[in-house]
Write a protein of this length. Structure first.
Length: 204
């Protein structure tokens, strides 16, 4: 049986694992929001091609949760799968940064890096909520989802604000690099703190 609203909040914020993962989740989903917002400004393509790229970026992300669920069924360890998703998000976003900076007209590199990044970041959106619920169990899952959504919107706003500033004053590379730094921060937090946190809900 679930616990009430206040007790769910107290349960969630009583230990460092769920609290730190809230930051990790916010960073990951915030990067996805930032990509969706500024994609037309970081790739030097025509409006029609950008529209096609944006559509593919969003729809390719649908594969992320499907594939991560299949991996989870094989591996059986939610923590390892989420860790792999976060590291994959960092590496693929780094690939995006380098591809757009050095080879902006190489469609294969740019498209493939953006599609991989979308898959990993969307997988984090889905699997992250379930993982957070396991960390904060027996806190109500709706409360957990609400906290994570607030974190995602907050970090998304921060990254969009940074994007608006860096795009007007510097360039797209600085913005891409800042997104990678957020993911590096998230991966570090996960490996240092969340990887040691105890799951309250049994896996499987």
């Amino acid at each position: 049986n679930g616990i009430n609203y206040i007790n769910s909040l107290l349960q969630y914020f009583s230990e460092p694992g769920p609290v730190v993962f809230t930051i990790v989740y916010g960073c990951g989903v915030g990067v996805f929001i930032a990509y969706c917002t500024f994609l037309s400004q970081i790739v030097p393509y025509s409006a029609s091609e950008f529209g096609f790229l944006g559509f593919c970026f969003v729809t390719t992300g649908l594969l992320g949760p499907i594939l991560s669920n299949k991996v989870l069924n094989r591996v059986g360890c939610h923590r390892n799968v989420v860790c792999g998703i976060i590291i994959g998000s960092l590496l693929s976003s780094g690939h995006v940064c380098i591809s757009i900076w050095l080879y902006p007209m190489n469609r294969f590199l740019v498209y493939s890096s953006l599609f991989l990044s979308s898959m990993f970041l969307t997988a984090l959106t889905a699997d992250g909520m379930d993982f957070a619920a396991a960390l904060a169990f027996p806190a109500d899952e709706n409360i957990v989802g609400g906290i994570l959504n607030v974190s995602a919107e907050g970090f998304g706003w921060i990254m969009v604000h940074i994007g608006g500033t860096s795009m007007s004053r510097v360039d797209g590379f600085a913005f891409n690099a800042s997104l990678c730094s957020f993911l590096l921060f998230a991966a570090s937090l996960f490996l240092i703190v969340v990887s040691e946190a105890k799951l309250k809900r049994p896996e499987g």
